[in-house]
Design a binder for this molecule. Structure first.
Ligand SMILES: NC(=O)C1=CN([C@@H]2O[C@H](COP(=O)(O)OP(=O)(O)OC[C@H]3O[C@@H](n4cnc5c(N)ncnc54)[C@H](O)[C@@H]3O)[C@@H](O)[C@H]2O)C=CC1
Ligand SMILES: O=C([O-])CC(=O)C(=O)O
Length: 282
């Protein structure tokens, strides 16, 4: 027998469709649901969860194939993969049922993972997986590669328009008023862990970066409110024993001013990789 033939025959592509559930129908959830409804190879949109399903009646009716509409706690009965795109406080209730059944949870509210670290152990024990996509950031492939060696430092500077930051707990607790600023104002200088607490709906990217690299206590972050900006701008600098690199991204906000449009596209790209014959990037 030819030496390579056996291996080729032994590894057919899986042909059962993976059922996907989406928890949260904000700008990210809806965009990803629409892409699944349009068709992604090997995946089907099986179920969605919304705080107020009635509000989404027309949108659900516009889909080619209407998914089941279920409360969060029922999603893991209906799907193999969950996509968490809900407020951070719901992370645990969405992720735990999936990973304890050995299934996959794709997490957008990455900041909330820091207060629910035991979910990673739960996934490990049961053969499940928690996946944090690159989301609104850039270059997590390079950061994870550098982390195989030794990373000396990771610094990130985020600049956002005022409405991308307004209402964050850190600003409220420290009486920092940004609504009437006329010049850029540095509002935070600390670690990714501290940012996750102070800006739970605004800086998931910093936590994703820290999990890819040297962790939430060594990843440094500055946050600026800039009244002249219309985009969410992130600049990252990494120094390691394999490479020094810097990268920046200027995100156009979605209907949610805190969330860059590219975030949903990052999830769609990740879903397309699930059954692709060619995968590019780590
Ligand atoms: N990792 C990353 O790069 C990024 C992460 N994010 C995070 O992703 C998450 C989703 O982002 P967006 O779509 O902009 O948020 P959003 O706040 O606009 O949407 C969340 C949706 O969840 C719904 N929801 C609330 N309670 C619910 C419940 N009990 N059951 C089902 N749905 C419920 C809300 O009604 C809302 O429609 C947020 O936590 C955001 O901070 C956002 C941008 C980048
Ligand atoms: O990290 C986040 O939650 C959102 C963010 O900065 C962006 O979309 O640019």
């Amino acid at each position: 027998m030819a030496p390579f033939r056996k291996e080729r025959e032994a590894k057919p592509m899986a042909n059962t469709s993976l059922r996907v559930a989406i928890a949260g129908l904000g700008p990210i959830g809806k965009k990803v649901a629409e892409a699944l409804d349009q068709g992604i190879d090997g995946l089907t949109l099986a179920a969605v969860s919304a705080q107020n399903p009635e509000k989404h009646h027309n949108w659900l009716g516009s889909l080619k194939k209407k998914p089941a509409v279920l409360p969060i706690e029922k999603l893991s009965d209906a799907a193999d993969i969950a996509i968490e795109c809900a407020p951070a406080k719901l992370l645990r209730s969405i992720v735990a049922p999936f990973v304890e059944k050995g299934k996959t949870a794709i997490v957008l509210s990455a900041g909330a993972l820091l207060e629910n670290e035991d979910l990673v152990e739960l996934a490990r024990k049961n053969g499940g997986q928690i996946v944090v996509p690159t989301g609104a950031l850039i270059g997590l492939d390079a950061v994870t590669a550098a982390a195989v060696g030794e990373i000396h430092s990771v610094r990130m500077v985020t600049r956002k328009p005022v409405n991308g930051l307004a209402g964050a707990p850190f600003l409220v607790e420290n009486n920092i008023e940004i609504e009437s600023i006329k010049e850029p104002l540095k509002i935070f200088d600390g670690t990714a862990r501290e940012a996750a607490k102070g800006f739970p709906a605004n800086l998931n990217v910093a936590v994703a970066l820290s999990l890819a690299g040297i962790g939430p206590d060594r990843t440094r972050l500055e946050i600026w409110a800039d009244p002249a900006l219309t985009r969410n701008v992130h600049r990252v600098e990494v120094d390691s024993d394999s490479a020094r690199f810097s990268m920046s991204i200027e995100n156009i906000p979605s209907e949610n001013p805190k969330t860059g449009r590219i975030t949903a596209l990052s999830v769609i790209a990740l879903l397309r990789k699930q059954r692709a014959a060619l995968r590019v990037g780590t």
